[in-house]
Design a protein around this ligand. Structure first.
Ligand code: KIV
Length: 259
């Protein structure tokens, strides 16, 4: 699984052969320039998910439900999940949290919308965690995470993202669950892996979490190409003859003569 937020990225990610695309609310940080994911709105998600749907051919597309679109009550959550499916056309939604949102997960699943869970370092709870820190390291927190994962499965979730937790705990959760676990910063023993595409490609350079492998440095490539463009326009090497259109000489002559 990889994230995408627009048409060209969705096309590339899809062609690369991922099984699933996540229109993550990481959108807020890596595309919209916010400090965290909390400012992302349902309208933002619908707008970007629509573009992703136009680029995705084979992959199963999941959209994040942003902060405050599923916490208030079950009816509102169902309505908001329905908008992502109906207006954007995604095939499933993802929500962050465990037993505290089970009622909501059951409600959305009961309407026929597949729900993906998300446990561990859930970015919408960043202020509760006091920053982007590894979660579930002590026994009580690890036990709670395992119980939350089992509760999500019981409520009908079709998969669970495990983010920023010890790899040994992710392995245990993966062994205990019948549904797939998708890891990000949760070690190699999850059933699948997900990364934020902008991290993997080195487009987002504000910070690089330990669990990210950068396969390219696209920010540097972008900067280098854009600087060359600026230089070439300034020194007159762009546009060259191959980028120009021509008018017939007699038409031009007539224009110069003022006829
Ligand atoms: O928003 C997102 O991109 C996510 C992934 C980090 C799993 O939730």
């Amino acid at each position: 699984m990889l994230t995408a937020y627009d048409y060209p990225t969705a096309r590339a990610v899809d062609q690369a052969g991922v099984d699933s695309i996540l229109v993550g609310d990481s959108l807020g940080m890596v595309v919209l320039g916010y400090e965290n994911t909390l400012s992302v709105t349902l309208q933002d998600m619908i707008h970007h998910a629509k573009a992703v749907m136009r680029g995705a051919r084979k992959a199963f597309v999941v959209a994040d439900m942003p902060f405050m679109t599923y916490e208030i009550n079950r009816d509102e959550s169902i309505r908001n999940a329905g908008r992502l499916v109906q207006e954007a056309g995604v095939q499933a939604v993802k929500v962050e949290g465990g037993r505290e949102i089970i009622n909501v997960v059951e409600g959305i699943v009961s309407t026929g919308i597949p729900v993906m869970g998300h446990l561990g370092l859930t970015p919408q709870s960043i202020h509760q965690f006091g920053g982007f820190k590894v979660q579930a390291k002590d026994e009580a927190a690890a036990r709670k995470l395992l119980e939350d994962a089992l509760a999500l499965e019981e409520a009908g979730a079709f998969a669970v993202v495990l983010e920023g937790i010890p790899q040994q705990l992710a392995r245990l959760v993966t062994e205990r669950l019948g549904i797939p676990t998708i890891g990000i910063g949760a070690g190699p023993d999850c059933d699948g892996q997900v990364l934020v595409t902008h991290d993997l490609l080195g487009i987002f350079d504000r910070f690089v979490p330990k669990f990210v492998k950068q396969y390219a440095n696209m920010y540097e490539l972008m900067l280098e190409s854009l600087s060359r463009y600026v230089q070439e326009v300034e020194n007159g090497t762009f546009p060259g003859p191959e980028h120009c259109f021509n008018i017939e000489p007699e038409v031009l002559e007539s224009l110069y003569r003022g006829e």
